[in-house]
Design a protein. Structure first.
Length: 668
């Protein structure tokens, strides 16, 4: 029996563009649910967490499955708020195609651009859906112009909208001849014909044979044009655009038809060796840890032993379950091209590769936590319970990067923004029964070497020990992270010791001279020596941080701060004050652009100086402004900016005390 074709579709948008409403009406139109749920009422199927129902926003990506005209569709609804970008990032990795929802009123917004850049980088076939066509202020032509300007000139409308606002009468398919009658009836025949001509021209520009036929006046049947449009869309060379009003169910069935017409079915050879990736982890009361796996090749069955390539270990699958909202079903098998929750893998982590890594596509890095906060339990007795709860949440979202300072009895987590903190507090209360407050967020700085130099350590006392290392440390390009190499003879330093050094270098760079992670550098091990009798296997784990910190002390480090790209839209009368504010915040910006009675200002500002600015801006513009931001990278701080973080543990520069500490012999 041949399996039905399958699509893996992610649905993405900036917050409030109507993404979850669109998802609900897709499920209703397909017959998956009897009535579409409401985000505002907290009845949306894909917003299953209590906090999502209360706040009316998506916090976690949620998967559901439905059928449309013989094709099975795995649909992942992703959060729209920038604070939950990590969920979007993980979903992007396992999607074959995407629907990007734009608001016909607000248009292209900051997170829309960020998601688009990732979709384009990964060459994911994408449909654009301009939603809210029935709302006052809807301007589809302006949104299309924005999309082509900010996203891609390859965005091509395949529908023509009939009216807007209260007169919106839906959209007609430019490929259908009977659509002419509907357009004529709406007094829009001329605009319909012009839109169809633009569609044909866009396709001709991307196909030499069709262009030649078009220019020579040769008759080309609509079937050939439509077929070529499908081919170009499936290879991400054009991006079809449709219109609708999801809250009224308008445009949903044509959107589903467009998925079948313009999206590639999920591929993968079920007979090939296993290859899959974990993109989400949840805990179930009865099943324990459940790992959401996208399988690219092979088949996985209940009770199979599966090799975790990332962690180099094997574990046994107990069950394979299909998760659909709050419903789960043991399906027993996961085949190439499909997604399911795999139970029984107790050591599994997000991002782990199961089987062979060769078939796994690249991932797009979007989310960078820029703030760190300290968690305060309600009372000292709950300290351990809060630590365990945060660690469990960190397993589900690794970017939280919980740091548990046991000696200082402190808990720190990294976050994207204030909304995420509110959600964390709510989840800790509802899921774990813990009342936790968080301190004021502080900016996460980084360090980078000022110049090239060397670090050296001869760890030969107190016996028995012997580990000698010399590192070369060089500044790297901004944003390059860490590059590590070793040029040491095996007879001087055995391969297992070299591997231990390579493993410990990133750890040693987690705290630089000011206590922040050191980045944008190249570290080269230029010399190493072990001793046949005196070297202990862990000597190089002790020596590496001392050698690295010696090098950092020699070269010095410069403090780096996170920079935001910002776009502000403000009333014209407020533009002067805004530009002055940006200067005061150490910002830089492009010449302002006038759009009617509003001014658009784009530029870059340090996160540290602009943390509270969106609230201030909204206050003095009386809510008539928008402030959209996205992470633009790290840049050196001015000399007068000081930011030092309390070091965790003993500083390896204090070598005697550090050696005693790590050898568990530090007294007092």
């Amino acid at each position: 029996m041949t399996e039905a074709p399958r699509l893996n579709v992610g649905i993405f948008a900036h917050v409030d563009a109507g993404k979850t409403t669109t998802t609900e009406h897709i499920l209703y139109e397909s017959g998956r649910i009897r009535m579409p749920g409401s985000v505002d009422d907290g009845t949306a199927l894909t917003d299953s967490l209590e906090v999502e129902r209360q706040r009316g926003i998506s916090v976690r990506s949620a998967m559901t499955t439905f059928a449309w005209k013989g094709t099975r569709v795995n649909l992942i609804d992703t959060p729209g708020h920038v604070d939950f970008l990590s969920e979007v990032e993980r979903s992007l990795r396992v999607m074959d195609c995407a629907v990007l929802v734009l608001s016909a009123v607000e248009g292209v917004q900051a997170q829309t651009e960020m998601i688009w850049n990732a979709l384009a980088k990964l060459r994911i076939p994408t449909l654009l859906f301009i939603n809210k066509m029935d709302r006052v202020g809807a301007d589809p032509e302006a949104v299309l112009a924005q999309a082509r300007n900010y996203l891609s000139p390859d965005i091509v409308p395949v529908q023509h909208p009939l009216g807007t606002w209260q007169d919106y009468g839906g959209a007609v398919d430019l490929w259908r001849d009977d659509a002419k009658e509907a357009a004529a009836g709406a007094g829009s025949l001329e605009a319909f014909e012009a839109a169809r001509s633009r569609l044909i021209e866009a396709l001709a520009e991307r196909d030499e044979a069709l262009l030649e036929a078009y220019l020579s006046g040769e008759s080309v049947g609509p079937e050939r044009w439509e077929s070529r449009a499908g081919e170009l869309a499936r290879s991400a060379r054009i991006y079809p655009l449709l219109y609708g009003a999801a809250a009224k169910g308008m445009g949903i069935a044509p959107l589903l038809d467009a998925m079948l017409r313009y999206f590639p079915p999920a591929g993968g050879d079920p007979e090939a060796p296993l290859s899959g990736v974990v993109f989400k982890i949840e805990r179930d009361k009865t099943m324990g840890r459940m790992a959401y796996v996208r399988l690219y090749e092979g088949c996985l069955h209940n009770r199979d032993a599966v090799f975790n390539h990332t962690q180099n270990l094997s574990e046994k699958v107990t069950q394979i379950r299909k998760i659909d909202g709050n419903r789960t079903e043991d399906v027993g098998v996961l085949r190439a091209g499909d997604i399911a929750a795999v139970c029984g893998l107790s050591h599994i982590r997000i991002g782990d590769v199961l089987g062979r890594p060769e078939a796994i596509p690249a991932e797009a890095k979007l989310a960078v936590p820029l703030l760190t906060v300290r968690a305060h339990p309600a009372n000292e007795a709950e300290y351990r319970a809060v630590a365990d709860a945060l660690q469990e949440l960190s397993d589900e979202d690794p970017l939280l990067d919980v740091q548990w300072l046991q000696e200082e009895r402190e808990l720190h987590v990294k976050v994207m923004g204030p909304i995420q903190l509110e959600i964390l507090s709510s989840v800790l209360a509802s899921r774990f029964g813990l009342k936790v407050t968080f301190g004021k967020p502080s900016v996460i700085y980084k360090e980078a070497p000022k110049q090239a130099g060397e670090g050296y350590i001869a760890y030969t006392m107190p016996k028995p020990c012997w580990a000698i290392l010399r590192f070369k440390i060089e500044p790297g390009p901004r944003g390059s992270g860490l590059t590590y190499e070793a040029y040491v003879r095996d007879e001087d330093l055995l391969p297992q010791y070299q591997n231990e050094v390579a493993r410990r270098v990133p750890e040693a760079l987690q705290q630089g001279l000011y206590g922040w992670e050191v980045t944008d550098l190249k570290v080269t091990l230029t010399y190493g020596q072990h001793h046949v009798w005196h070297t202990h296997p862990l000597d190089f784990a002790v020596a590496t941080p001392m050698g690295i910190m010696d090098g950092l002390a020699n070269v010095g480090t410069v403090l780096l701060e996170p920079i935001l790209h910002v776009r502000l839209v403000v009333p014209e009368e407020n533009a002067g004050r805004v530009m002055n504010d940006l200067v005061q915040m150490r910002g830089r910006f492009e010449p302002p652009q006038l759009q009617g009675e509003r001014v658009v200002i784009e530029g870059h500002v340090p996160l540290a100086t602009s943390l509270d600015y969106p609230i201030e801006l909204s206050s003095y513009t009386k809510g008539r402004s928008t402030f959209a931001s996205s992470f633009a990278g790290y840049e050196p701080c001015p000399p007068d900016v000081q930011a030092e973080r309390t070091r965790r543990g003993v500083n390896p520069l204090d070598q005697a005390k550090y050696i005693l500490s790590v050898r568990k012999a530090l007294q007092g």
